[in-house]
Design a protein around this ligand. Structure first.
Ligand code: ACO
Ligand code: ZN
Length: 281
């Protein structure tokens, strides 16, 4: 029921201020009722507390001592950092992040039980602090082998490869866990485009380098991408034939080259050697 209500509710907050950006929102987000009469909300870019008035934010910034998301920095490469925030240890931050993210996510219900999630927050860092670019959330324990619940790149940073970076990062975590993973469904249009792009590029790169036959299971073991997602990706590229009751990959080099050319940019690379992380227990 709650999901249906959120679908049909009219957009409330029209713009937000976050760091040096003013951002137009896309969808309704269920902020507490006392915020619902404001067209604009002012976010502290570090703790993600939100306020109705600019002066409140200015007062807040003078005493807020955070310069990056709370939690552990688990990755740093150049100016890019990833922070892992435990929703149980940083409940208010987790809730604020969900309120913010819902402004750009249509199909998702808001999770109030942030305890059950880890948040991976991507930042661009400079001498003023670590500025949030996007994030993804992940259940601490998923029965359905989901390795990502919600993903968002903030609009000013979209279409620059950060989304594919976040997706790649979610699979690097799965590799460290020794598990395969898949994103929670349903995917938004932009989510599906990004995932398809990521899966296509990763699989084509391997098929191109690999000599001889390779199975979907082997591809899955190498990439942590769930077998079903590999199958649908290769089917959409028409690289699968069905022979004697078996799916067989037919990777003609010329066809691979043609697809690779069409596959778009690779996105920002994750340097797995710079990930310092142990799976949640
Ligand atoms: N128009 C057409 N294609 C697009 C667009 C767009 N506006 N945005 C992304 N894409 C496609 C492109 O294929 C792009 O690759 P390319 O640039 O090489 O052509 C690919 O998606 C990924 O682009 P990135 O720059 O890596 O991704 P971005 O940083 O823009 O983030 C994301 C993608 C996270 C889906 C972003 O669009 C977003 O936050 N959207 C709003 C929230 C959302 O829908 N999240 C997914 C919900 S599903 C889920 O959470 C499980
Ligand atoms: Zn703050």
């Amino acid at each position: 029921l709650r999901e249906h209500e959120e679908f049909t509710k009219v957009k409330n907050i029209a713009t937000i201020e976050l760091g040096r950006y003013e951002i137009e929102t896309w969808y309704f987000s269920p902020f507490p009722p006392e915020y619902n009469d404001s067209l604009k909300l002012y976010f502290c870019e570090f703790c993600l507390n939100f306020m109705k008035r600019k002066e409140q934010l200015q007062r807040h910034m003078r005493k807020c001592d955070l310069k990056h998301p709370p939690g552990d920095e688990i990755y740093r490469s150049g100016t890019l950092s990833m922070f892992e925030v435990d929703g149980k240890k940083n409940k208010v931050y987790g809730q604020n992040l969900c309120y913010l993210a819902k402004l750009f996510l249509d199909h998702k219900t808001l999770y109030y039980d942030v305890d059950l999630f880890l948040f991976y927050v991507l930042c661009e860092c400079d001498d003023r602090g670590c500025h949030m670019v996007g994030y993804f959330s992940k259940e601490k324990h998923s029965e359905e082998s989901y390795n990502l619940a919600c993903i968002l790149t903030l609009p000013p940073y979209q279409r620059k490869g950060y989304g594919k970076f976040l997706i790649a990062f979610s699979y690097e975590l799965s590799k460290k866990e020794g598990k395969v993973g898949t994103p929670e469904r349903p995917l938004s249009d932009l989510g599906l485009l990004s995932y398809r792009g990521y899966w296509t590029r990763v699989l084509l790169d391997i098929l191109k380098k690999h000599k001889g036959n390779i199975s979907i299971k082997e591809l899955s073991d190498m990439t942590a991408i769930k077998a079903e997602d590999i199958l649908t990706t290769l089917q959409s590229l028409e690289l699968i034939q069905y022979r004697k009751g078996q799916h067989v990959i037919c990777a003609d080099p010329k066809v691979l080259d043609r697809h690779l050319k069409a596959a778009g940019r690779g996105g920002l690379e994750v340097d797995a050697s710079k990930l310092i992380w142990t799976p949640y227990k």
